[in-house]
Design a protein around this ligand. Structure first.
Ligand code: FES
Length: 783
């Protein structure tokens, strides 16, 4: 049977999935053989969950596995939709034992008065959100910053212990114990019983997510019971001193203030769940990250040489090989996901690690790319109202561990080994991570001062796009017109560069001046080894172009970010009018080249002070012939925009880049054209500094997270969201780039960006959170 997207079964199954097994889903649909064979405890899943379910992601993204009794969901959009609706998809089974324990093990647990109840991870509304809000403050970036010195000190102490050995199991000798100690500090627990806790913690994982054999179940139950009792004792100790620091004393204080929101019985479960959540996931995530980085020696070398790349590397590791492979949800009412009927009572295994490799959301998803701009869209921390509260603590720890290891053991490599995992569906990290190095080569032996070097600053929160730079070399610099130099850039090792599309630009850092400038790419997008830019020397500028003209010579290395495209060319346009003024020719020239290659009907109108000052003129003439119209002011020529645009042309797009005066004139001249016919490249923002005296406060309702936040008059929406621990990407923070876009579900928007088109603004479905605000009252957003 051919694969198709038309319904194959009256129950609504949209996939054809031969060969079929003899089994059926609860909705009466036949189960494919591959779906029936799915086994999350098998070595295939343990070693590489996204690869193990690749077939499903591609052909049968939602399937039923009769052996588990679960529906398995594998695509990004479907999983995000499940996270978004925590009423239809209850988290109540998130910690349910996937393999029910036998009577004997249950009796053992009962003998310890084991009474683990729901916590933040698996409780339903309406109880959950008020608790989450009440207990959130210690997880916000300002509160977490206090823990940074403690994490750094611990990481250093542990590296000290093995740095001269030449070989170490990083899991055993560092990555298990340090996050555990950090977790204990964060919770406010005294540092004791480390080994016992470690054993209990593993047992807890197996108890909840694993498939212990009947004879193992009893031993696991004893360990879990002991863990429970230990947590109870520590809690009792902490109640005696509720003013102490840490999340648990904070919870105890909140319990006293609002016992209806945080009941007393809740604290014991919160304590135990907190230890597991803060410790194990971070230990596993760091082990996965180091394994991945060491398996990519070029990337390892890059982060050793430039630690500012570490935050981006951490995020990409969390995407590519995170420590939470899957979560579970219970369907509370008949519904559909991805076109598949899911009756009330269905259990879902949502394979987040598979979502993180979904090509529909992450281009070239299997590629490990620490400069990937949307890495932080990963679902390793979940999304919405149950997103991991400790995500920024985990990010901070991972950055510090990796920074310490890259600085002190840059010559470390993976030892020969086979990686093993504790069999379970959800939490995943290698049990051992053997690395080796030559201690004689330890940099600190030759340069002891390295040990006291100030560490690279840690980024608390989602990574900034500003850290995603790469170093390129100027391979050619030549004059392109009076006052304009044309630079050819390539990777120092000749490697291929990320592909770009016409209209893209790169950000170039001007040495150590702190200035960075954006330049449109003007070469051939098909040339994957070079980028080309043209730089106009601006006497009255802020110094960036001056620096470029003085310093960017053949052989110079430059740090760049991007390419990024905020001025994309619509390749489906039937006709294109390209209008450029002066140096604005750079993005437009790449578009015209593309239009020609695609056979699109186009004209290129290029104005300048004189031919002498107009870059790329010769090659444009050679390439475009009569389609190029040149207007040189000193020859008395002028582009009469009103005449050019007098008659609107259906299906035609106008792409323009040039001086502000030209853009204003174009906007006027095209006012009677269809909405969105004019597309403009902006490099200068008109968003001024926020003036609280002229602004008003408003509220924002986060639909998926179930929160309402105030946005003060002196605050942007972006900063209010970040302060509430919501991950938000941003780049320019001036309304130019579009990276901080938020989907808006309700409310009136006061748009202040230069990204959205007139039609997009009028539709009101999105806004740029770095600059745009509410006109009044409240905005409802999809976060
Ligand atoms: Fe660039 Fe908001 S961060 S538009």
């Amino acid at each position: 049977m051919a694969e198709t997207n038309t319904p194959q079964h009256p129950s609504g199954c949209p996939y054809a999935h031969p060969p079929l097994s003899a089994q059926t889903t609860p909705t009466g649909c036949p189960v494919s053989q591959r779906a029936a064979d799915f086994d999350p405890f098998s070595d295939g899943y343990q070693q590489d969950p996204p690869d193990y379910v690749r077939w499903a992601r591609e052909r049968e993204p939602i399937f039923y596995n009769p052996a588990l009794g679960y529906w398995v969901i594998t695509r990004f959009d479907d999983i995000k939709a499940v996270f978004r609706d925590n009423i239809t998809f209850s988290p109540s089974i998130a910690l349910e034992k996937i393999t029910p324990t036998g009577d004997e093990a249950n009796a053992v647990l009962a003998s310890y008065d084991y009474g683990m109840s729901r916590t933040l991870v698996n409780e339903d509304e309406p109880a959950h959100m008020p608790r989450r809000r009440l207990l959130m403050e210690p997880f916000t970036p300002p509160a977490l910053a206090h823990h940074e010195p403690m994490v750094r000190r611990l990481a250093r102490e542990y590296v000290d212990r093995f740095v001269n050995d030449g070989r170490a199991d990083l899991v055993d000798q560092m990555l298990w114990e340090v996050p555990l100690t950090v977790a204990l500090h964060f919770l406010g627990v005294p540092e004791e019983d480390m080994d016992t806790l470690r054993k209990y913690s593993i047992a807890h994982t197996v108890n909840t997510w694993g498939r212990p054999k009947p004879e193992e179940q009893v031993a696991v139950a004893h360990a879990v019971g002991n863990f429970w009792q230990f947590a109870g004792k520590v809690l009792a100790k902490m109640r005696e001193n509720p003013e102490a620091g840490g999340w648990m004393p904070y919870g105890i204080r909140k319990q006293m203030e609002q016992p209806d929101v945080v009941p007393d019985s809740y604290l014991h479960s919160m304590m135990m769940a907190g230890i597991v959540a803060a410790h194990e996931t971070t230990a596993n995530a760091t082990a996965n990250a180091l394994k991945l980085l060491l398996q990519h020696p070029d990337t390892w070398r890059e982060i050793c040489e430039d630690p500012s790349l570490i935050p981006g590397a951490v995020e990409e590791c969390l995407r590519h090989n995170g420590s939470v492979a899957a979560w579970r949800r219970l369907v509370t009412q008949d519904t559909q996901v991805g076109g598949v009927d899911l009756p009330a009572g269905s259990k879902l295994l949502i394979v987040t690690s598979s979502a993180n490799h979904d090509e529909r959301h992450f281009s070239d998803a299997d590629l490990f790319d620490i400069r990937r701009e949307n890495s932080s869209d990963h679902l390793t921390f979940g999304f919405g109202s149950h997103q991991c509260m400790g995500k920024n603590l985990a990010r901070m720890e991972m950055q510090i561990f990796i920074e310490e290891l890259t600085r002190r053991l840059p010559h470390m490599r993976l030892a020969e080994q086979r990686f093993t995992y504790v069999p379970n569906t959800s939490f995943r990290g290698p049990e051992h991570l053997w690395v080796e190095w030559d201690p004689a080569q330890n940099p600190e032996r030759a340069q002891p001062e390295l040990l006291h070097k100030a560490p690279a600053p840690v980024r608390i929160g989602e990574p900034s796009r500003h850290t995603l730079h790469r170093t390129l070399q100027v391979s050619e610099a030549k004059p392109a017109a009076a006052g304009i130099t044309r630079l050819r850039l390539s990777a120092p090792d000749g490697r291929e560069l990320p592909r770009w599309t016409p209209g893209s630009h790169i950000d170039v850092e001007c040495g150590d001046t702190g200035i960075s400038r954006q330049y449109s790419l003007c070469g051939d997008p098909g040339d994957t080894r070079h980028y080309e830019i043209a730089v106009l020397r601006e006497q009255e500028g802020r110094g960036g172009s001056e620096w470029m003209h003085q310093h960017a010579q053949a052989g110079t290395t430059l740090k760049i970010r991007g390419p990024r495209n905020h001025f994309a060319f619509d390749e489906t346009a039937s006709r294109a009018l390209f209008v450029a003024g002066g140096i604005g020719i750079t993005p437009v020239s790449a578009m015209a080249r593309r239009a020609k290659a695609l056979g699109i009907d186009y004209e290129l109108h290029y104005s300048g002070a004189s031919r002498r000052t107009m870059a790329l003129l010769e090659e444009l003439q050679a390439l475009h012939g009569d389609r190029l119209k040149v207007y040189a002011k000193d020859e008395g020529q002028r582009n009469d925009l009103a005449a050019l645009l007098a008659t609107p042309q259906p299906g035609a797009q106008i792409y323009a880049c040039g001086p502000a005066r030209m853009i204003e004139a174009l906007e006027k001249a095209s006012a009677h054209w269809p909405q969105d016919a004019l597309r403009v490249e902006h490099f200068v923002s008109n968003v001024g500094t926020l003036d609280p005296a002229k602004e008003h406060a408003f509220e924002v309702e986060l639909k998926a997270s179930g929160m309402v936040l105030p946005v003060r008059a002196d605050q942007t929406l972006l900063s209010a969201l970040r302060a509430a621990n919501i991950d938000m990407e941003s780049d320019c923070e001036e309304g130019l780039c579009g990276s901080c876009e938020v989907r808006v579900l309700g409310g009136e928007i006061d748009h202040r960006d230069l990204v959205l088109t007139r039609a997009e603004r009028e539709a009101g479905g999105k806004m740029m959170s770095c600059c745009s605000r509410a006109k009044a009252g409240r905005l409802v957003v999809d976060l």
